[in-house]
Design a protein around this ligand. Structure first.
Ligand SMILES: Cc1ncc(COP(=O)(O)O)c(C=O)c1O
Length: 366
């Protein structure tokens, strides 16, 4: 049946393809366990502090979230040296991105999106009727000069994932400042820092300072990755208070859930497990990168909990073959890299299974 009356702009939006579930793959290949390394999830979570807080508060889940909603914003603000009116919460970053699209985009506005990046930027922009302009990547890295060259009088939003998913790279502070200094006053840079905690360090651009300086920038962060709460759907935005006030106007009231708020507060109060997980993930990442390089595979620099590498063969073939060993990786063809693979950092035992399966697969394809 053709659904009549649907907005025209939605006709151009691709349906999200879910792919095989863990259960499907177990059944299909007769496996007992799966190494799920395709969604950039955190294998060391949920943390015990988070679980404890969620369990202890079960009796309150019949009520809308109130005090925790306010409290968590205060805690995030304090941790990052802002005031709580610089913080908005949302159902994951994706909830905030949806709000930001509604807030800014009108039909025929243009948005600039790097050619290989998080797919939702394009989907949301299309839903709002905006025109998509793609900018180039250079060695898996956002090319800020190309972004700036694409700005014109119709541009409304520049969507950048920093670090970039799927390539894992970041732009450095010089590149960031170049971008900021070329932003017209009615163009907004939405700087998606989903993997911020893995990337923060001397190479990382001064994104929070840009908010403090009043630049046209909105930062988005999440509890899904370093804090391991992907299933609890909690993200936040950092921006100047006038922007936050409009985000609050556009988004649903209480757009996060009580369990997630309890879990997030507990992790911010006691970040020991998160710090330990971060260290383990970074250590495994170094190990995996060197193993991939030993196999002469080209690996992009990674500032995230995943690695992107190139192979001599079709990513579809490689990922398909690895499923037989219970290893789930993401095919780069989704982002225009026909021979690229994105693999999330798992626990050491899963990383080992991944490497063994990759070796077998490359041997077979050779
Ligand atoms: C760049 C980027 N932004 C946002 C998200 C989604 O974040 P959340 O779980 O907070 O909605 C992801 C998840 O993979 C991502 O890679």
């Amino acid at each position: 049946m053709v659904v009549k009356g649907v907005r025209n702009s939605i006709k151009n939006v691709a349906t999200y393809v879910q792919g095989n579930t863990v259960e499907d793959i177990k059944e299909k290949h007769g496996l007992n366990s799966i190494s799920k390394l395709c969604f950039n999830e955190n294998p060391y979570a949920p943390y015990s502090v988070c679980k404890k807080a969620i369990k202890e508060n079960m009796d309150s889940y019949n009520c809308y979230p109130e005090e925790d909603y306010i409290k968590l914003k205060e805690m995030i603000a304090q941790k990052n040296n802002f005031s709580s009116n610089n913080i908005a919460l949302g159902h994951g970053i994706v909830g905030l991105l949806e709000t930001l699209s509604k807030m800014f985009l009108e039909k025929d506005d243009q948005v600039i999106i790097p050619e290989s990046t998080f797919g939702l930027y394009e989907d949301l922009s299309r839903i709002m009727g905006a025109e998509i302009v793609k900018s180039e990547l250079d060695q898996g890295k956002v090319d800020v000069e190309d972004v700036v060259d694409n700005i014109n009088s119709k541009t409304k939003i520049i969507w950048i994932s920093n670090p970039n998913n799927p390539t894992g790279t970041i732009i450095n502070d010089d590149e960031f400042q170049y971008l900021l200094s070329n932003l017209p006053e009615d163009v907004w840079l939405i700087f998606d820092e989903a993997y911020y905690e893995f990337a923060v360090g001397p190479d990382y651009p001064a994104s929070m300072e840009a908010v403090r300086d009043g630049a046209n920038i909105i930062l988005t962060r999440t509890f899904s990755k370093a804090y391991g709460m992907a299933g609890l759907r909690l993200g936040y935005a950092i921006a100047n208070k006038e922007v936050i006030e409009i985000i609050n106007r556009v988004s649903q009231p209480f757009n996060s859930n009580r369990a997630g708020l309890k879990g997030a507060k507990a992790i911010l109060e006691n970040g020991k497990e998160a710090d330990q997980a971060l260290k383990k993930i970074n250590k495994s990442k170094e190990h995996l990168i060197s193993e991939l390089q030993k196999r002469n595979l080209e690996v992009f620099a990674s500032y995230t909990n995943f690695i992107f590498f190139k192979t001599p063969y079709s990513a579809k073939k490689i990922a398909g073959r690895m499923l037989k060993d219970g290893v789930m990786v993401a095919e780069g063809s989704r982002w225009g890299y026909e021979k690229g693979i994105r693999v999330s950092i798992g626990k050491p035992e899963n990383n080992k299974i991944f490497l063994n399966s990759l070796d077998k697969t490359l041997d077979e394809l050779n």
